[in-house]
Ligand binder design. Structure first.
Ligand code: ZN
Ligand code: ZN
Ligand code: ZN
Length: 143
């Protein structure tokens, strides 16, 4: 994904060598360049195609639409989401609804896809990396 010039937040992907170290970082945060940063696990998310707004494939592998770019914001079929200038217009291609955009994280289709993913991989839904300690399997932080 290309960054917009006004974007201030950056995500850093850190790979930990073992689950214990990763869990400790999630609980305590990490110190990067003398700044405390909070750490969250990267959960797997359903893949949505940026070209056709369909699911389970990426734009580079999209076979649904060759000439068409479906806008994730307004649902028009003639521009990329990033080129959208339809202010205030929302349309979700998945739900065929004008209540929200295709990239809305509250989109019922998105949430159903997340459920399907978690059903296949139950560890995906918990905030920690399952390790020896039982609290890593819980939904909440240790007190
Ligand atoms: Zn596609
Ligand atoms: Zn648009
Ligand atoms: Zn939707």
């Amino acid at each position: 994904m290309r960054r917009r010039p006004d974007q201030r937040l950056a995500h850093v992907i850190i790979t930990f060598s073992d689950a214990d170290t990763a869990n400790r970082a999630i609980v305590n945060g990490l110190s990067i360049c003398h700044k405390r940063v909070s750490v969250a696990k990267c959960r797997k998310e359903p893949i949505r195609c940026l070209k056709c707004q369909g699911w389970d494939h990426i734009a580079a592998e999209c076979v649904v639409t060759k000439e068409v770019n479906v806008c994730g914001t307004c649902g028009a079929r003639d521009h990329w989401t990033s080129k959208c200038n339809q202010q205030g217009v929302t349309h979700c291609t998945s739900c065929k609804s004008d209540d929200h955009t295709s990239w809305d994280r509250g989109c019922p289709t998105f949430l159903r896809k997340v459920d399907e993913l978690n059903a296949r991989d139950p560890a995906n839904d918990i905030p920690f990396f399952p390790a020896r300690e039982t609290w890593t399997w819980s939904q909440s932080y240790p007190s």
